[in-house]
Each structure stands twice: as structure tokens, then as C-alpha cells.
Design a protein around this ligand. Sequence first.
Ligand SMILES: O=P(O)(O)OC[C@H]1O[C@H](OP(=O)(O)OP(=O)(O)O)[C@H](O)[C@@H]1O
Ligand SMILES: [Mg+2]
Length: 164
Amino acid sequence: MSLPDKAFPVSWDQFHRDARALAWRLAGLNQTFKAIVCITRGGLVPAAIISRELNIRLIETVCVASYHDYVNQGDMVLLKGIAPELMENGGESVLVVDDLTDTGKTAAQVRTMLPKAHFACVYAKPKGVPTVDTFITEVSQDTWIYFPWDMGFTYQEPIAKGAG
Ligand SMILES: O=P(O)(O)OC[C@H]1O[C@H](OP(=O)(O)OP(=O)(O)O)[C@H](O)[C@@H]1O
Ligand SMILES: [Mg+2]
């Protein structure tokens, strides 16, 4: 598999705005969440923003590794599971947070551990949409999202390079 055709670069400002929009959406559910389980590593950043906005202080991680060479998804490896007390009652009142759902495999794997939890992510691609309960922005499946923590400043060729 090669890199998707379209690029969706996200700045820190935009990510903060979108993660805060997700927090507003979750606040509107009028549901009390007793804990956040964030899917590392991408879920750590929105979890920090959402935990601040919703005043959730109990934060757990589930550590899943799957994308071993940038775009190609290898086997999923569970590096660290979830504290047993948060898995009681299928994870009822637990909020699971990730930066995005793409094929939906990561969310589906975590759902097997927390079937009754609420799954939220900032961005979603169509294949992943059915695996989450709440998200903010959908991008097409052939789009690659570039997160600010993966980026650096580089020279950009003019769009009309060579012209004039
Ligand atoms: O819906 P999927 O096709 O499973 O893809 C979505 C997952 O892929 C990315 O994580 P990644 O496995 O790249 O690891 P990272 O969060 O540690 O960067 C992203 O943060 C999601 O967790
Ligand atoms: Mg991830």
C-alpha cells in the first residue's frame, strides 16, 4: 500500500480547536464519564484536552501498536491492557479517546475489551465511522492526516512552480 493521494495537514491550533469541539459534543451528551481510556499514542493528545474540558481526572491508557512502517498496518499487538476495575460492566461510563479511526481495526480491538464504553475520536475515515460513537471531522479514505506532532517546518514549492 502506498501513501493515500490526498493530504490533510493539521496544525496544533486546529487540533486544539477540533479536540475542544469534540469535548463540547461529549459534554452535550449529558453523560457522566468516570474515566478516560486513551489509545496510545495518538489518543494521548486529545485525551489531555478532553480531560481538562470535562474535568475527568482518572486517565488510563491502552497501548496498541499496529502501524509498523508508516502506512502499512501490521498485526496488532497489545502492549498494555486496561485496569480491571475500568473493565467492569463492559466499561460502562468509560470514555475511550483516540486521535482518529481509519480502517476501524484499532477501535474494534479496544471495543472487545470495553463493549459498553463510549468511543470518541477527533477525525474519522468512512471505514472507521461505524466503530466510533462520536467524532468531529470526516475525511475521505484516500486522505492521509498529518498530525502536528509528526511534522516539522519545511520549504514548500510554489503551487505554480516553473511558471512565469
Ligand atoms: O482505524 P485504524 O486503521 O486501526 O487506524 C487508526 C489508528 O492508527 C493510528 O495509530 P497508530 O497505530 O499509527 O499508532 P500511534 O497512535 O502510536 O501513532 C491512530 O492513532 C489510530 O489509533
Ligand atoms: Mg493510534
